[in-house]
Ligand binder design. Structure first.
Ligand SMILES: C[S@@+](CC[C@H](N)C(=O)[O-])C[C@H]1O[C@@H](n2cnc3c(N)ncnc32)[C@H](O)[C@@H]1O
Length: 272
């Protein structure tokens, strides 16, 4: 993990930042493939209620964690592995005035929470960057019996060419691993979730309209000014956009939800 001063990265740091860490540095608040639309879909599937304990894994700058606490009255634990993201998340939680979001460091592949600790576990654009089987096992483990796990990740909407895979999986997000909706469903089914449902749609996070919808005109202008004012940011953005424009038509998002089955009196597993 690259250690970067969240407020004042050097030019060399900027060059080496992951695309999503770069997005956080320039002030982007929504850093997942389906943008706010997919978060809305995810929250509609979550069945959130006041007082529930919710874990947001790989919370980034805590935009969704704050929304869940504010709109639904849940107690949210927002975790991430990256100190840069944790610094931004903590600052955003403080600025929001919401008192029911706790920010902490954690690795999705080895969560330091007890089994069955959370009513809901939310993941947006994280599982695909790590060992997916370990991560899926962990998020299911910490979810209560009868609770729900919701994950929102990239998919290919069209079969990618070798060149598209090379650009996206090799250059833009080295090590990222995802495929189709069926592939994600199979992963969670194998981890024991039942009643799986999904929605999917196009990648919108870095399209002009998606940026406008997700960030609003005020933050979009602020981000544009920030990028324009620094050569290292302009260079990074040009590098990123030249590649994203090529892969964009192939990309989409999936939001999936599943229930962790409860053990009924006969010892069989059933979904709540
Ligand atoms: C694409 S960003 C998504 C951020 C946030 N969920 C959102 O939707 O705006 C991916 C996030 O996953 C975090 N991450 C990557 N590897 C992780 C790991 N092993 N454990 C926890 N978080 C991780 C990154 O630091 C980053 O904040």
């Amino acid at each position: 993990m690259l250690q970067v001063n969240s407020d004042h990265p050097t030019d060399a740091d900027v060059d080496r930042l992951d695309p999503y860490a770069f997005m956080a540095v320039i002030g982007k608040r929504v850093i997942h493939p389906g943008g706010r639309r997919s978060t809305r879909e995810m929250l509609a599937l979550a069945g959130l209620e006041p007082g529930q304990r919710v874990l947001d894994v790989g919370c980034g700058v805590a935009t969704t964690a704050i929304e869940v606490a504010r709109r639904f009255g849940c107690h949210v634990t927002a975790v991430d592995i990256d100190p840069l993201m944790l610094a931004r998340a903590s600052a955003n939680v403080r600025a929001s005035g919401v008192g029911t979001v706790a920010v902490a460091k954690a690795d999705i592949q080895a969560l330091e929470f007890a089994d069955d600790a959370f009513d809901r576990v939310l993941i947006e654009a994280v599982t695909m960057f790590v060992d997916r089987r370990l991560a899926v096992r962990e998020v299911v483990r910490v979810c209560k019996l009868g609770g729900r796990v919701l994950d929102h990740e990239f998919i290919y909407r069209r079969t990618p060419t070798a060149e598209i895979r090379r650009i996206f999986e090799g250059e833009v997000c080295p090590g990222i691993r995802f495929d189709t909706v069926a592939d994600w469903l199979a992963l969670y089914q194998a981890a024991g979730l039942s009643s799986l449902q999904q929605t999917s749609g196009p990648f919108s996070m870095m399209t002009p309209l998606g940026m406008l919808r997700d960030e609003g005109i005020g933050n979009l202008v602020a981000m544009t000014v920030r990028v324009a004012a620094r050569r290292a940011y302009r260079r990074k953005m040009a590098w990123l956009m030249s590649r994203m424009l090529r892969v964009l038509p192939f990309l989409g998002y999936v939001v999936l939800v599943g229930t962790k089955p409860t053990a009924d009196s006969s010892g069989r597993l059933t979904s709540a």
